[in-house]
Design a protein around this ligand. Structure first.
Ligand SMILES: *Cc1c(COP(=O)(O)O)cnc(C)c1O
Length: 370
């Protein structure tokens, strides 16, 4: 069935807004990752979209999970994930959350500072730790090395500290920034990591795991045909082979790449006006809910309608009483009437996950697995 026909039928049945999650696309993205990066075991970063049905699909596929809090951890465990397939990948964890992880046998964590090591040693003795390092995030849509990541010059000191606290310094991790279109970020991060691996070996610390984080980009616009994992993966694999011992265990934490392409958001026009020299369309979903990625994820989307015909300069706004709740000020759209559908593809990540429920009384989209 065409996407447009499916949308029409589902809106007739359920109303809107709707977040459609394609199970087939989730599986396809997982398959693509496995095919192009076959030496790397993926741990889905559930913050991108923690819907239980998505987690269940990835459990079935044998995927691991990246969690950032005890609540996320308990969610994946309660759905059937194995503790040994979970990495607690927030470098700053509360003592209580660390204890919770220890109790649940989640024994792999990341850190990037000395204070964290004391906490982990006290509340989760014997845990395996990965040192998160700061790496270039050049050209990534979302910066993830401003707040986290130790300076590489501190690496040996911190790994040694972990060892002296009787933790197991197991390796290094990094994040090149989300929606990373610049493969050079991965290449440089691999080079920095490999230097840390050799320096560590010299001081008697044998690192065996490298976690290359997330960042793998997706297409948001039809014109984004150049965005392809395949090319990027080739460079990454080649570099890994050259820089790291054969026995190294490689893992990654894709979030957007797994969940983004699977989501289609379907909204309807609830009102229209003409202001500031353009058509203004007010939709029944906005920046406070499923378009929250516009703010938090710095994301831009392609807005589609089921109408044809001449296009006019148009603005799209959400339903709440706040001017911040403006989705876009300049789209080229056919003339729309109240009740018409506006939909966005590739919006499965960092959308419903960060929606505020019911601000101003407007509910976020109903999530349907299709
Ligand atoms: C957000 C995050 C991810 C997922 O990043 P994507 O760019 O969505 O793949 C992975 N690891 C960590 C530590 C994160 O904070």
């Amino acid at each position: 069935m065409s996407i447009e026909k499916l949308i029409r039928e589902l809106v007739k049945k359920h109303g809107s807004p709707l977040m459609l999650i394609s199970q087939e696309t989730l599986k396809r993205q997982f398959g693509l990752f496995r095919r192009h990066l076959s030496n790397i075991e993926p741990y889905y970063a559930i913050k991108a979209n923690p819907h239980p049905d998505i987690i269940k699909i990835f459990i079935k596929l044998g995927c691991g999970f990246d969690v950032a809090s005890a609540n996320e951890m308990k969610q994946v465990l309660s759905l059937g994930a194995k503790p040994e397939k979970i990495i607690f990948a927030n470098t700053i964890k509360s003592a209580k959350d660390i204890e919770e992880a220890h109790k649940n046998n989640v024994n792999l964590m990341t850190f990037d500072n000395e204070a964290e090591l004391y906490k982990i040693a006290k509340h989760a003795p014997g845990t395996e730790v990965l040192l998160r390092i700061k790496v270039p995030n050049v050209g990534s849509t979302v910066e993830l090395s401003l707040k986290f990541g130790a300076d590489p010059s501190q690496a040996i000191f911190l790994l040694g500290k972990a060892k002296s606290l009787r933790l197991y310094p197991k390796g290094v991790c990094f994040h090149v920034g989300s929606q990373c279109l610049n493969v050079e970020n991965y290449i440089q991060a691999l080079e920095i990591s490999s230097m840390i691996f050799s320096e560590a070996r010299k001081v008697g610390i044998n690192l065996t795991m490298l976690d290359i984080g997330g960042g793998f980009p997706i297409r948001h616009f039809d014109r984004d045909e150049h965005v392809m994992l395949k090319q990027m993966a080739k460079h990454i694999r080649k570099k890994m082979k050259r820089l790291f011992p054969k026995e190294t265990i490689f893992i990654a934490e894709p979030g957007r790449f797994f969940a983004g392409p699977a989501g289609t958001l379907v909204t309807q026009v609830v009102g229209r006006s003409y202001r500031n020299d353009r058509n203004y369309y007010y939709l029944n979903d906005g920046v406070y809910a499923d378009f929250s990625g516009i703010i938090f994820d710095h994301c831009k989307y392609e807005y589609k309608t089921l109408r044809r015909g001449q296009r006019f300069l148009s603005a799209l706004a959400g339903p709440t009483c706040d001017s911040l709740d403006t989705i876009s000020l300049s789209e080229d759209l056919p003339e729309l009437e109240v009740g018409n559908i506006v939909y966005v593809r590739n919006i499965g990540a960092y959308s419903c996950a960060s929606a505020v429920p019911n601000f101003n009384g407007f509910p976020p989209a109903k999530i349907l697995m299709v």
